[in-house]
Design a protein around this ligand. Structure first.
Ligand code: NOJ
Length: 534
């Protein structure tokens, strides 16, 4: 599939399509439900492709839809080469790819190569086999420490809370070895030193690429290699769901050989793209993931962690660009995803949070490189931080002993139409997480009709970004600006100004192309607002 009339071969030689693409992240459980079970699925997504075309995105990233017992929303994969019946099965995926391509929308999907589900046939075989067997060697099994091996092999905690090890009962009923799981116990880590693991990923990559998938988001792309000694770690800095660069569980040097091997396979499909989830702060270490023979792109999460503060935003932008510059990589931008608080809430919630999220959408979409929009950002959805406890499904809730609510608050299903929950999410009158009644004011239906809505702002911004020559060029120059504000100019000519202060500021010279709030003849940019000028 190609947006130009070039043949795929000619296009592959010119600039790859993904270098300035806008990706839309679909969290499938929460997007749209077609079969009335209250859980979103691929049929629901298929029925909304017209909406995504209208929005103007270039590509989709689907969070995992493979066969899974859903201990972590599908990030626990039991069969990486099949689609879970909950999402509609593989025929539905084939139909989705075909229809998305007919609308000039590419389709990428999540791959989870760091771990499998406990229901994956390899893990079932490993449990039935003996210590030191080839079946155990696909995972990270170790004897325990202390008397009778009753203590875990090291002190590593799981990212979701509790130890990163679970002890098994051997087939003969005796207490047995321990296996590693950096995430939930239902997500055993694979042993990437075992060649079977890459061979199997090779099959999986080809399986989907041959079916027309345009690429992959690679889950935990900084975590697949583990240190040989599995030494204890310093626990003083450990926090749930967070890492720092010295954490021995992640970013081990062996990971780069794995990415080079993946790239060799991807290069046989010249238009495909691999995007790594890379939680690495240091710019040099981050850049290593996007060297020309490794990942095509890596998520930079600086903007998704930044509050509404012009200095912090500028710092995030400068560092995200610097991180990939030396290796000739492409910067990536995202304000949120299914793991972090939604930007409206991060920026202060209520009307002020929405105003700031609108402004930051213009900042993000003005930048050179690749943008990822998390489903619901285009509607200005906030987090739902008061979900009833009995509805919470993130494993973090249980693993933290009910002290951390986890990430469900940013995964509430989208409101499509009508006046009452679940707002046309599906044919049933329920949704897997309850949708707040107050979202009746921000349904897709209402926002499509309102020229001042967040959705209308996104549509206009995406259209301009795709069509105006001022969005060309790979660099930006900073303009001088008052404290608490920022302004930069794309090399193609677009100027973006942000006012994060409580007082209006004069705009830089130029014709206003788009602004996050109306601007009157005084040409002053109000507080919590951004504007594009040419
Ligand atoms: C990162 C994913 O984004 C997150 O949702 C998941 O829980 C972990 N990886 C484990 O797969």
């Amino acid at each position: 599939m190609s947006k130009s009339n070039n043949s795929p071969a000619a296009e592959a030689k010119s600039e790859p399509w993904w270098r300035k693409a806008v990706f839309y992240q679909v969290y499938p459980r929460s997007f749209a439900d077609s079969d009335g079970d209250g859980v979103g699925d691929l049929g629901g997504l298929r029925s909304k492709l017209g909406y995504l075309e209208l929005l103007g995105v270039d590509a989709l990233w689907l969070s995992p839809v493979m066969r899974s017992p859903m201990a972590d929303g599908g990030y626990d994969v039991a069969d990486p080469r099949d689609i879970d019946p909950l999402f509609g099965g593989i025929e539905m995926m084939d139909a989705l790819i075909t229809e998305a391509h007919a609308r000039q929308i590419r389709v990428t999907m999540d791959l989870v190569p760091n771990h499998t589900s406990v229901e994956h046939e390899w893990f079932v075989e490993a449990l039935a086999a003996k210590p030191d067997s080839p079946e155990r060697a696909r995972y990270i099994f170790r004897d325990g420490r202390g008397d009778d091996g009753a203590q875990p092999p090291n002190n590593w905690p799981s990212i979701f809370g509790g130890p990163a090890w679970t002890r098994i009962t051997e087939a003969d009923g005796t207490p047995g070895q321990w296996y590693m799981h950096l995430f939930a116990p239902e997500q055993p880590d694979l042993n990437w030193d075992n060649p079977d693991v890459l061979d199997d990923l090779d099959r999986t990559l080809r399986f989907w690429l041959d079916r027309g998938i345009d690429g992959f988001r690679i889950d935990v792309a900084h975590g697949m290699a583990k240190p040989v000694d599995l030494a204890d770690m310093d626990l003083t800095k450990n926090e749930l769901l967070r890492l720092d660069d010295d954490d021995p569980r992640f970013n081990n040097p062996g990971v780069h050989e794995i990415h080079r091997n993946i790239r060799k396979i991807m290069d046989q499909y010249p238009e495909s793209v691999a995007i790594g989830e890379v939680w690495v702060d240091d710019n040099t270490k981050f850049g290593e993931y996007v060297r020309p023979d490794e990942l095509h792109l890596a998520f930079n999460f600086r903007l998704a962690q930044t509050l509404f503060d012009a200095e912090a935003v500028r710092d995030a932008i400068e560092n995200s660009i610097a991180a990939v510059e030396d290796v000739g990589g492409t910067p990536t931008w995202t304000l949120s995803n299914h793991d972090v608080p939604r930007e409206v809430t991060r920026f202060g919630d209520g009307p002020e949070g929405v105003a700031r999220a609108r402004a930051m959408a213009l900042v993000e979409l003005a930048l050179p490189g690749v943008t990822f929009i998390y489903n619901g950002s285009e509607l200005g959805l906030p987090n739902v931080d008061d979900l009833p406890e009995e509805s919470l499904q993130d494993p973090v809730w249980e693993r933290s002993g009910h002290t951390e609510r986890g990430r469900d608050s940013c995964r509430v299903p989208l409101p499509w139409e009508g006046e009452k929950p679940p707002f046309g999410f599906g044919p049933a009158d329920t949704s897997w997480l309850p949708i707040p009644a107050a979202w009746s004011a921000i349904t897709v239906e209402k926002q499509l009709e309102d020229v001042d809505s967040v959705l209308s702002l996104y549509r206009r911004a995406l259209e301009l970004r795709a069509t105006r020559p001022e969005f060309s060029g790979t660099g930006i120059d900073w303009y001088g600006s008052p404290p608490g504000c920022l302004a930069f100019r794309r090399h193609g000519g677009l100027i973006c100004a942000l006012n994060a202060t409580p007082a209006p500021i004069p705009l830089p010279p130029g014709e206003i192309l788009l602004s996050s709030v109306p601007i009157d003849g005084s040409r002053r940019l109000p507080p919590n607002a951004a504007a594009w000028l040419v």
